[in-house]
Design a protein around this ligand. Structure first.
Ligand code: NAP
Length: 318
């Protein structure tokens, strides 16, 4: 039996593993299908403190992993199929590894950005297609950008990207936006944002040189196909937290994000903690995920020592 099993190896899970390992708790870390998480799909990371020249996303994650291993964290590859948190020890069923037992569990399975699923999209991720304006906007200084989506994320990304871009075209499949009025107004008041409403994205279009040259859309009023030219396409159609394997045993919000006791990483089950994007609907940054990973490890340590006061339900009532 393990003291702690960490599920997920993005910045949150790996930071938790570093802290747990340094506390001599020999955590077992389950890697999942995408070891290293979302950062392995980005190129240069320029906003993670400590790297003045930037660092490649995959290198940053490899470094974190090595750091955790150096202190005794054990890594195993596998897909967590289900968990049983109804009794102690907790049970974690992993594809190919069977049922593992632990006194505490840290969930850091992240969230996956939703993609449009159109031709030209996946093969150009990191090469003109992005799902993270904060991460990649800087690379499009003085260029034309498209943001796809009609929710708050799309409005926020479009407004943010005008800091860099010469022009941002917001493409949405309907005439009405889903975004809150205040976010819409902010984008509408921005003279650098132009609107391509009622347009359904069909394909990310690439020029002869292999570089993204825009988004082909269907104009839903005329039925015609159009190419909206741009150097970058930012897809902002929401995220899906990776919580399906929990089978409803952990309290989540309406969108599936784990609910934690505010200011902590405690879930509704004492001894089960959550960190990173799986519980974060607001920040979704590598550094904020790493910060909550540190918190989860310290919370787990306190729980294992028997010195944690679990006051989750009390907080929810406030
Ligand atoms: P969202 O509200 O679910 O909006 C997703 C948007 O993407 C919708 O407009 C949707 O179109 C569009 N979309 C979905 N699938 C599509 C597809 N296959 N093709 C084309 N368009 C597609 O997601 P979100 O904007 O990420 O927001 C999620 C939550 O976070 C919301 O509760 C939001 O308020 C919150 N949030 C808040 C802030 C803030 O307050 N600062 C910032 C960001 C997010 P339809 O409208 O036609 O369905």
């Amino acid at each position: 039996m393990y003291k702690t099993i960490v599920i997920g190896t993005g910045p949150a899970g790996l930071t938790a593993a570093i802290y747990l390992a340094r506390a001599n708790l020999s955590p077992l870390v389950i890697e999942g299908l995408q070891p290293g998480g979302q950062l392995t799909t980005t190129t240069e990371v320029e906003n993670f403190p400590g790297f003045p020249e930037g660092i490649l996303g995959p290198d940053l994650m490899e470094n974190m992993r090595k750091q955790a291993e150096r202190f005794g964290a054990q890594f195993k590859n596998g897909w967590v199929e289900s968990v049983d948190f109804s009794q102690r020890p907790f049970k974690v069923k992993v594809d190919g590894l069977g049922v593992l037992e632990a006194e505490s569990v840290i969930i850091s399975t992240g969230a996956s950005a939703r993609y449009l699923g159109i031709p030209g999209e996946q093969e150009n991720v990191g090469r003109g297609v992005s799902t993270c304006a904060t991460c990649d906007g800087f690379f499009f200084r003085g260029k034309k950008i498209i943001v796809v989506g009609g929710g708050d994320s799309a409005m926020e990304e479009a407004s943010f990207l005008t800091r860099f871009a010469s022009n941002v075209t917001l493409v949405h499949r309907r005439e009405e936006l889903r975004a809150s009025k205040i976010m819409q107004d902010r984008a509408r008041d921005n003279s650098k944002v132009t609107w391509a409403l009622n347009r359904t994205p069909l394909a990310v279009t690439v020029g002869d040189t292999g570089i993204v040259k825009g988004l082909t859309v269907r104009n839903n009023e005329t039925g015609q196909e159009e190419l909206i030219e741009a150097d970058g396409v930012f897809v902002a159609i929401g995220h899906t937290p990776n919580t399906g394997f929990l089978g409803g045993q952990i309290t989540t919000d309406a969108n599936g994000y784990i609910v934690v006791n505010p200011g902590t990483t405690e879930t509704n089950i004492p001894g089960v903690f959550a960190c990173g994007d799986v519980q974060d609907t607001r920040y979704r940054q590598a550094i904020s995920a790493a910060g909550t990973g540190c918190m989860a490890a310290m919370d787990a340590e306190k729980y294992l020592e028997g010195t944690m006061v679990h006051d989750w339900s009390e907080s929810l009532d406030k």
